[in-house]
Ligand binder design. Structure first.
Ligand SMILES: Nc1ncnc2c1ncn2[C@@H]1O[C@H](COP(=O)(O)OP(=O)(O)O)[C@@H](O)[C@H]1O
Ligand SMILES: [Mg+2]
Length: 399
């Protein structure tokens, strides 16, 4: 989290990060006559698919069946090649493939023979090294700001989804904005349990049991613990509960992102700040947000939190027309600026309406900024040299 290259924060047209497996061309390669393939499984499956279909274009290689399903509908590849070791949620590979064939009758689906698609030791010599799932230790990232409406939820959702994509679903997002949490609404996950359902089970709960109370975001694999469905229920959640939930989530998923309320005096915020290994403070380029952020940072520093290496700022809704360039904001706040997200109302609204965060789209500046920020926040998590600005072959358009 030190010495960030601020010059690379937001330049239109700069090559920037995208998901570990890149993105997908929105026409699925149909613009050309080339056969297009979507691979579901380990990197070895992609190698085999390439060998089976020489000359065809592998438009994406993913590990998550839910993500593959979404992509199949979106890009309509000619063929989907499935590694038999993939593990669809709640069904067998055959059942999942059957469902895929019914949903997309025009797409040919092929299951690789058992024992050929996976297994590190079976990786053929010279097989291309593609993105791999990596869990980088344990991090609890609290996304916070003393001011409402600056984009805490937007930032928390996008960073958490990007992390889920990078880790093959090993990421959880806790919505601890208990009175007005809207993570579930933004991700179109309004059906299902919430934090209230977990309370009576907490005393002797094992980390794995957390899964019963989270909802999976299909496009990214992110596990979400939703806020109470009605504000009057939020008082049932005590700070002791929050402490236990944070601890269980950390042990179950390793990577935990937390969306928070703005109130610095709330016990929940105190608990999150206490337990976080990294704090991302969200600010915008307006005087009130910056003053409040400065004051909050002073308080945090006084109580020793500012000394934490993991405290950094994300500037959201950045506009070139502002009188407060990102470099000045960093000077004023005296805290490292981790990155800047451009103002992009159309994409933000569309993301909320569709339940698909902007990080799922690579032809989008906000998305690219989020991937860069995640790479800086948790070094090593985002693969493929995206953070160094290294130019990669652009295989796909949407991720
Ligand atoms: N970079 C952005 N560009 C455009 N709109 C944004 C951006 N970030 C957030 N928004 C929008 O601003 C509103 C408030 O964001 P939200 O994340 O809910 O703020 P908070 O959680 O801090 O209250 C939402 O409607 C969201 O879509
Ligand atoms: Mg919010």
């Amino acid at each position: 989290m030190r010495g960030l290259p601020l010059s690379g924060l937001k330049k239109p047209g700069t090559p920037v990060a995208r998901g570990p497996a890149g993105g997908i061309r929105e026409d699925g390669g149909r613009g050309s006559q080339e056969q297009t393939i979507l691979v579901v499984g380990e990197p070895e499956a992609e190698f085999l698919a390439r060998a089976m279909f020489p000359g065809a274009e592998v438009i994406a290689s993913v590990k998550e069946t839910a993500l593959a399903e979404y992509m199949a509908g979106r890009v309509r590849p000619h063929v989907v090649v499935v590694d038999p070791t993939v593990t669809p949620r709640g069904e067998t590979v055959e059942q999942w493939v059957g469902r895929l064939q019914i949903s997309f009758p025009g797409i040919e689906v092929i299951i690789l023979p058992a024992g050929q698609g996976s297994g590190r030791e079976r990786r053929p010599l010279g097989a291309p090294a593609t993105a791999e799932t990596r869990v980088i230790g344990q991090e609890t990232v609290a996304v916070w700001s003393p001011k409402g409406g600056v984009g805490k939820t937007f930032v928390a959702i996008n960073l958490a989804c990007a992390s889920a994509i990078s880790t093959g679903g090993n990421t959880c997002l806790l919505d601890l904005d208990l009175h007005s949490g809207d993570v579930a609404c933004n991700l179109d996950l309004l059906e299902g349990p919430s934090i209230i359902d977990i309370l009576s089970n907490l005393s002797d709960m094992r980390p794995e049991t957390m899964e019963r109370f989270t909802v999976v975001h299909p496009s990214s694999g992110l596990q979400v613990l939703a806020a109470p469905k009605r504000p009057e229920l939020s008082d049932l959640v005590e700070s002791q509960h929050v402490r236990t939930i944070l601890s269980l989530a950390r042990r179950r998923w390793g990577l935990v992102f937390v969306d928070t309320p703005p109130d610095i005096t709330s016990e929940v915020v105190g608990e999150c700040i206490d337990q976080a290994s990294k704090i991302v403070m969200v600010v915008t380029q307006d005087v009130a947000a910056l003053r409040q952020a400065k004051m909050a940072l002073d308080i945090l520093k006084r109580i020793g939190v500012g000394q934490k290496e993991g405290l950094a700022v994300v500037v959201n809704r950045v506009s070139h027309q502002s009188l407060f360039p990102v470099s000045r904001i960093e000077e004023y706040l005296e805290v490292e600026v981790l990155g800047a997200i451009p103002e992009d109302r159309k994409s933000a609204e569309k993301a909320g309406m569709d339940g698909k965060p902007v990080v799922l789209y690579s032809r989008n500046e906000a998305s690219q900024a989020f991937w860069e920020i995640l790479g800086r926040l948790i070094p090593g998590l985002v693969t493929g040299g995206e953070c160094s600005g290294q130019k990669k072959r652009r295989r796909f358009g949407l991720w």
